[in-house]
Design a protein around this ligand. Structure first.
Ligand code: 13P
Ligand code: SF4
Length: 324
């Protein structure tokens, strides 16, 4: 019988550019166990672009940005979905698949944006701006989505806001995403002071310094960054749009102004491209580890539940987004 190192060698070949051999020895047993548990439990793993390469490239079945994960969640045939991402992503998967079991490997994996706003805040905004539609970023709780007219992600925010055809829009809770969309569209946007704790830390000075140190780099920034940071970039888009840009081969040296693991995951797919890495980690995404996923599949916990009266209204806001 082959030893575990030999059995996992084909998987290691995939990620050997970004995972040193010594680190791999810590992963291989969990990876083997997870692949077996997925079969036994009839489960699939959905992983966001910010998950580490041993999860993203070695155990995930479906990977992508928030929009892709929401869409793909609807096509899952397995009984159980494990969300290798943060809590709001698991809730979105549950909203779209109420009959399936959706599991979170670590319930503490939250999001600074989701925590910045409550349903009462949304009701207050509505009472202040009667008749103005409420567009809610998916990075929110189901209870906040339930108070909204339509959801958006960074991948479709512009389309959703423009599609409403109104002069003003309430767009919550990400102040910077809202300002970036207002700059792109000229639509008056009323927003909220929520920020992503990963993207708010990038500064224009940092980008200018990295450009000076790395001549010829192309800078891609996530729209959760402050507008003055986006203004320094050559391109701004969701994690999926950034991946597409990199895959297009338009540049051989790129700087991704977003969460660290994204560069590692793309480096696996594009060995000819050099990634310059200023590193900002999302502490919530990083709570999801191989041992946490293994434990989740072994114990079939922790299941994400959404109260029915909230789920009906929150699902309508997500489905409106997907229909647009
Ligand atoms: P996207 O993957 O939709 O671009 O979102 C980034 C993000 O911060 C998710 O938490
Ligand atoms: Fe939330 Fe930012 Fe982490 Fe995404 S990267 S989960 S927006 S804190």
């Amino acid at each position: 019988m082959q030893d575990v190192l030999t059995r996992t060698a084909p998987l290691y070949d995939r990620v050997s550019r970004v995972i040193p051999p010594a680190e791999w020895t810590l992963f291989e047993e969990d990876i083997e166990a997870i692949l077996e548990l997925k079969r036994e439990r009839n489960a699939v793993i959905l992983a966001h672009n910010y998950q580490t390469p041993e999860i993203f490239h070695c155990v995930a079945d479906i990977v992508g940005d928030s929009l892709a994960l929401a869409r793909e969640a609807q096509t899952v045939r397995a009984d159980t979905i494990v969300m290798a991402g943060v809590h709001f992503m698991a809730e979105t998967a549950k909203l779209l698949n109420p009959a399936k079991r959706v599991l979170m490997p670590d319930m503490r994996a939250g999001c600074s944006l989701a925590e910045s706003i409550t349903p009462a805040d949304v009701r207050l905004l509505r009472s202040r701006y009667p008749g103005v539609p409420v567009v809610t970023y998916v990075n929110t709780s189901a209870a906040v989505k339930a108070e909204s007219d339509v959801c958006c992600t960074s991948g479709n925010a512009r389309r959703i806001v423009e599609g409403l055809g109104t002069e003003s829009v309430i767009m919550i809770p990400d102040e910077y995403l809202a300002q970036n969309i207002a700059n792109e569209t000229g639509i008056r946007i009323i927003t909220w002071a929520g920020h992503c704790e990963v993207h708010e830390r990038f500064t224009p000075e940092e980008i200018r310094r990295l450009r000076a140190e790395n001549p010829g780099i192309v800078v891609l920034a996530h729209p959760e960054c402050p507008p003055e940071v986006v203004a320094e970039a050559d391109f701004s888009g969701s994690t999926a749009h950034m991946s597409e840009f990199v895959a297009s081969g338009r540049s051989s040296r790129v700087l991704l102004i977003t969460e660290c693991s994204m560069s590692d995951n793309l480096a696996v797919l594009h060995p000819d491209i050099e990634f310059v890495r200023p590193c900002n980690l999302c502490p919530h995404m990083k709570r999801i580890t191989l041992p946490a996923i293994r434990n989740c599949l072994e114990t079939m916990t922790t299941e994400v539940e959404i109260e029915l009266h909230l789920a009906v209204r929150a699902r309508a806001a997500v489905e409106r987004m997907l229909a647009l």
